[in-house]
Design a protein around this ligand. Sequence first.
Ligand code: NAD
Ligand SMILES: CC(C)CCC[C@@H](C)[C@H]1CC[C@H]2C3=C(CC[C@]12C)[C@@]1(C)CC[C@H](O)[C@@H](C(=O)O)[C@@H]1CC3
Length: 345
Amino acid sequence: MATRLRPSSKRCAVIGGSGFLGRHLVEQLIARGYSVSVFDIRQSYELPGVTFHLGDLCDKQALLSALQGVSLVFHCASPAPSSDDRALFQKVNMDGTCTVLQACREAGVQKLVLTSSASVVFEGRDIKDGKEDLPYAKKPIDYYTETKIQQEKLVLAACDKEKGFLTVAIRPHGIFGPRDPQLVPTLVDAARKGKMKFIIGDGSNLVDFTFVENVVHGHILAAERLRPESPLCGQAYHITNDEPVHFWDFMSQVLVGLGYDAPRYHLPYWLVYGLALLLWLLALLLRPILQLQPTFTPMRVALAGTHHYYNCSRAKEDMGYKPLVGLQEAITRTVESYPHLRQGG
Ligand SMILES: NC(=O)c1ccc[n+]([C@@H]2O[C@H](COP(=O)([O-])OP(=O)(O)OC[C@H]3O[C@@H](n4cnc5c(N)ncnc54)[C@H](O)[C@@H]3O)[C@@H](O)[C@H]2O)c1
Ligand SMILES: CC(C)CCC[C@@H](C)[C@H]1CC[C@H]2C3=C(CC[C@]12C)[C@@]1(C)CC[C@H](O)[C@@H](C(=O)O)[C@@H]1CC3
């Protein structure tokens, strides 16, 4: 019989540790004296103190070998929202998360911190200062959101103090920062194609964008405060920059910072949303013969034209969370980190 290593409290695993958030989390964990095993389908960097285990999180045996001697697991793996692949989201975010839970229990892991998303409550309608008690979206706009809801439910329901397996979910919103493959690159790509001239709606909608280092801080606080007697067990926590900003001001700051023009002309929200829906249907119909990836998806248009900002006082009260980096500094640092995406660069 295989011997099980005794879990050490400073030994953790990051599932999805090769990704944008995962890598920032790994770097901070190393700086705080943890030894880290990264489990991912790819290896995107090397770092002293980090061991890479390549595998799919749907494969329990592969997970089990990576979780040996680990007491704390962060699960921040997911297919990219832009893939819009229902089968893949179900397999990885739902079935795969069940496998992660089984593997954690079998390997004797004591704590699991899930990266969920504030979007689990977003249905395309305004959310102002939303608290964690908002109901899950009944009609999620895309497959990504649909499976993130199921994933969060699975993880929170698995919290079991008697069996010594504690879980918590972090719900960040609009993560940005250096090395993000999604927000800034998509924005710049759209600007280069001349698609960022327009403001969707009247431009007054307030939203949260959260600097990646603040999201990492929230994850580590949650892990360290998660104990049998703490209020964190089986709960979800919003982690934001706590500085809602006008969506189009944020986009303009990033674009202008990189040398592009800010969007200027207004288009009615419902017109753009309707067009995005038509385009999505067309892409779905043509999928067997042609792979279309529209820039303006219904989800992106909804996010660009509504209020969606969240209250993070639960995280402040229960885990002493406070953003470490303010929004202006975060935007400056992010813009500076993308010299290759500058206009003419
Ligand atoms: N980026 C955001 O704005 C945002 C906001 C809220 C929540 N989240 C959540 O944060 C987490 C991290 O997102 P990110 O932006 O860093 O994404 P990312 O794509 O950069 O990282 C995800 C990582 O998961 C890995 N992965 C995917 N499928 C896997 C599988 N089957 N087995 C093992 N590894 C697999 C990928 O290889 C990648 O390294 C995700 O769970 C996402 O839902 C992201
Ligand atoms: C083409 C324009 C209208 C917009 C260009 C920028 C967009 C690519 C981003 C603006 C808001 C971003 C965002 C996400 C992806 C990238 C944007 C749409 C998420 C949907 C990614 C997944 C997360 O879980 C969501 C969350 O709740 O944090 C993100 C919400 C914001």
